[in-house]
Design a binder for this molecule. Sequence first.
Ligand code: GLV
Ligand code: GLV
Length: 330
Amino acid sequence: MPLLESRPELELVVWPEDRACDRSWLLENIPGATGVIVMLTDKVNPELLDKAGPSLRVVSTMSVGYEHVDLAAAAQRGLKVGYTPDVLTDAVADLSVMLALMAGRNGGIGVSLVQNGEWPNFSWAPFGFCGPQLSTTAASPTRKIGFLGFGRIAQATLARLVPFGITHCLYSSNPSSPPNHQRDTDLAKKYNLKAVSKVNVDELARESDVLFVLAPGGQGTYHVINEGLLRKMKKTSILVNASRGTLVDSDALAKALKEGWIWGAGLDVVEGEPNVTIDHPLVKEPRCVIVPHIASATLETRRDMATRAAQNLVAAILGGDMPAQVDLSA
Ligand code: GLV
Ligand code: GLV
């Protein structure tokens, strides 16, 4: 991290491996630290903060999500918390579209068929391997895209889908945030859509051809996508989750796929990750495409996230404003 190394006033202690930091190493090394950069795999809880002791002033997470940070405990200790929004928006939106296409077009099944050497046994057939088409056609001119959560990443995903000819954007978001009719009208006009509408989650489930879950995790979001909601979805619909695994009830989703309530799912995150093995009910579902929480994993974006995390840390230590600070008063 050149940005940190270039500051002789900072004494750095760096976990030497390119993988999640061992908890024991972190607990051993944090006492007396002024600031700490963490990843979403590091639980920042009272145990860790107490270990750090009163010298700690800032926690900087290299992630846009921060539900692994106990904000109340941080506020109580007068800490500043930084995160890395914006710089990963495009990378996550790109991968969300990839997951929608992979899930709809049997991408996962196709790749494993070829890798398992089964192509010679597979006959091209007029209706073989067909899945629902994301782009509109003359005979199928309507496509409704739904978003659970309508922040930066959701809106960047919407922008990517416009050239597919989508016609409607539906979204549900935090009930406490008021509808933004002007923004919605402006978006509909900008993208030449029939409508951009805020709806309740039942309508979102019923109407969406592809439902993207792109809401922050944390309080009040546990299993928002549950059996009741999955049963309301279209049989040809796709569910994509690139936010946090806890938003989706995995058992209900596995049942939905097995029994054909929905067509397919594309997941970047799964509840209980990384302990998702070949026995997991979702891994066993052929129409479930799962990648291991890599939505922001591009060379460009991870560099930008690391830089932002370092900038946040340095700014807070030197007493300035962080480029991206979590509001602890909320
Ligand atoms: C990734 O999931 C992040 O929160 O940055
Ligand atoms: C979520 O944090 C987003 O950037 O949409």
